[in-house]
Write a protein that binds this ligand. Structure first.
Ligand code: GAF
Length: 390
């Protein structure tokens, strides 16, 4: 839907003209998966698929929300000051919006009136492209601008993570909200989640582009083993701390880790922690490879990331493995891997521009044959974080 269609739809739903239209991106991650809650590095970018919001103020204290993506015509609403998450299944989607209002209220920000908001996402839900962070930061950005709040963008990012942790129940790290909130056109962001230091690096891939491959297997991280993985790496860290003076797995290099696995003394926990440690090292090497324009090495690191997520971290699955391994066999492919939490969702591949169409056809055909339904492909366009659409 373009801006005019969104405004038309707003008029039809709310009976008045929408005042402003906002956009918040989704994200991909070049490399650095399941490292963000282990004090490691991540290397994500914001993408042009995301969430739109059409806004008009109200004179009362109601916040009313309508989603173009829900399969019903219900307008959901809540009163500013109502701090409890929605529990009814049909209303739960508004918790990502409501959670952000609650976070801001809890941090002392005030809203003297409500508003109507129509939202529309072209980011497939459950596709591992961070539709939830996109929504949280859309709401944060709208609130900041409409109510002229003196709040740093980085604080909105942190509030978004708190919404996931405290309001939704997902013990996620900060990567998704950071990538969405701090996104910069044509750049990947290297974030050290230990120190929160970050740098932008132009994603210069010359004759290559990033292709997003959506398994169309919806994943819900809440129902998945995401929180369990986090507990496992935390337990491995506690055991390592008996002999090592470290605060996170991200502080370890490969050799030190290998010399101390006896402290962990559990095969599964060792594999989980090994992924976190080595993936962090891979992420730093990938940043260097990008700087050196050594795209072949970048591709190898991306492939190694998938293998580690598949075998050591065990967050992949038949669908993601089929996409990655089929992609690896195609001409003009430098690397491919699953991204995000896993168990479904999306993968990425770095593909030579003039081979992209053949790539999509070949991978699409094999996927359909092996999995039984179609995957979807998008060319990734790297964009800025949340903004108003003028
Ligand atoms: C999900 C989480 F929300 C992120 O914080 C991150 O841990 C990611 O999975 C895995 O790298 O997207």
């Amino acid at each position: 839907m373009d801006k005019n269609q969104l405004l038309d739809q707003f008029k039809q739903v709310f009976g008045v003209n929408g005042q402003r239209v906002y956009f918040s991106p989704g994200r991909i991650n070049i490399i650095g998966e399941h490292t963000d809650y282990n004090g490691g590095n991540v290397f994500p970018c914001a993408i042009s698929l995301g969430t739109y919001g059409v806004y008009v103020p109200r004179s009362d204290k109601q916040i009313r929300l309508y989603s173009e993506n829900m399969k019903n015509d219900d307008i959901e609403s809540f009163e500013i000051g109502d701090l409890k998450p929605e529990t009814q299944a049909k209303s739960k989607w508004i918790n990502y919006f409501k959670g952000m209002v609650v976070q801001l209220l809890q941090h002392g920000y005030q809203f003297d009136h409500g508003f109507d908001l129509l939202v529309y996402g072209n980011l497939p839900y459950g596709a591992g492209l961070s539709s939830s962070a996109s929504i949280e930061l859309l709401m944060g950005y709208i609130l900041k601008h409409e109510f002229k709040l003196d709040v740093e963008q980085l604080d909105l990012v942190k509030f978004g993570q708190k919404v996931e942790n405290d309001f939704i129940g997902l013990n996620s790290g900060i990567m998704d909200q950071f990538a969405v909130g701090m996104g910069k056109k044509d750049n990947a962001i290297l974030l050290d989640t230990n120190t929160m230091e970050y740098h932008y690096y132009p994603l210069e891939l010359n004759d290559y582009i990033v292709v997003i491959m959506n398994t169309n297997k919806e994943h819900s991280l809440i129902d998945s083993k995401y929180n369990e993985r986090r507990e496992q790496t935390e337990e491995a860290l506690r055991r390592l701390q008996k002999g090592l003076d470290i605060k996170s797995l991200g502080e370890l290099d490969e050799d030190t880790f290998d010399q101390h696995t006896y402290l962990i003394n559990d095969d599964i926990l060792i594999r989980r922690a090994r992924h976190a440690v080595i993936e962090n090292q891979r992420t730093l090497k990938a940043k260097q490879a990008l700087l050196d324009q050594d795209l072949v090495t970048l591709g190898h690191l991306i492939n190694a990331s998938h293998i580690s997520l598949q075998y050591d971290y065990e967050v992949s699955g038949k669908e993601l493995d089929t996409l990655a391994s089929t992609a690896w066999r195609q001409p003009g492919v430098l690397g491919a891997r699953m991204i995000g939490g896993g168990f479904g969702g999306s993968a990425i591949a770095i593909v030579k521009k003039d081979q992209v169409e053949t790539f999509k056809k070949n991978v699409g055909d094999t996927y359909k044959k092996e999995i039984g339904y179609a995957a979807e492909f998008y060319n990734a366009e790297i964009v800025d974080g949340p903004h108003e659409i003028k």
